[in-house]
Design a binder for this molecule. Sequence first.
Ligand SMILES: Cc1cc2nc3c(=O)[nH]c(=O)nc-3n(C[C@H](O)[C@H](O)[C@H](O)COP(=O)(O)O)c2cc1C
Length: 227
Amino acid sequence: MRPGMMLRAALASVKAGAYVSGLVPPPEGSLLSRSQETIDLLLTRRSVKPFAMMEPGPDDADLEIILRAGARVPDHGKLAPWRFILFKGEARRDFGKALRDIYKVEEPRADEDRLKIEEERLLQAPLVVAVISRIVPSRKAPEWEQVLSAGAVCQNMLVAATALGFVGSWLTEWYAYSAAVARALGLGENERVAGFLYFGSPSMPKDERERPVLADICSEWKPRQPS
Ligand SMILES: Cc1cc2nc3c(=O)[nH]c(=O)nc-3n(C[C@H](O)[C@H](O)[C@H](O)COP(=O)(O)O)c2cc1C
């Protein structure tokens, strides 16, 4: 890119709000430069379950990066059809108490051990973020696209957390689908949980997981031969 073009590109980025907080320096040269680190991260990222997490979790500065990465996903019509609820510190137990009470009503036969699991669920990870899918009336972007965008938020946050040296897990379990939990979260009629994202440091090495064989999931489109 010629210097004049680079300057214009950088200014356009600043105008677009990409670098406003100064957390991300404007790129030198082209935004399209190859980043092997990013590719390696995408090809090796693994989820780690909350039981295998420990302190430290992302601090406020890292959390801001994770949230900004989440809010930077493709979003047809600029609707921001998602919002984030953070569970930090003692709030994780407070919400756990709500989960315990709700679980007791929904599963009256649950024993004390199970109820304790619900109460301490969020405490397993230093930080939990609920990503809420929020459907906004739009003629441009149908509901399906808005839900997909919320899924992209979850993945962007996991990738950002991994890039910052943390591990993450995208979970739903029963409490993403419970109407009583939705009420406890204060969700509106147009809202539902896309995922509870657990973040922390790994307490044990990550194992590998079998991945789909590309040949099984890829095909090349070809025009149909006239019969
Ligand atoms: C929307 C969604 C909900 C999920 N909910 C759960 C869950 O409740 N419990 C679970 O064990 N895994 C759940 N998973 C799967 C894990 O997030 C994760 O993808 C899986 O453990 C494989 O790990 P990987 O990310 O390294 O492939 C969910 C995944 C998605 C996309």
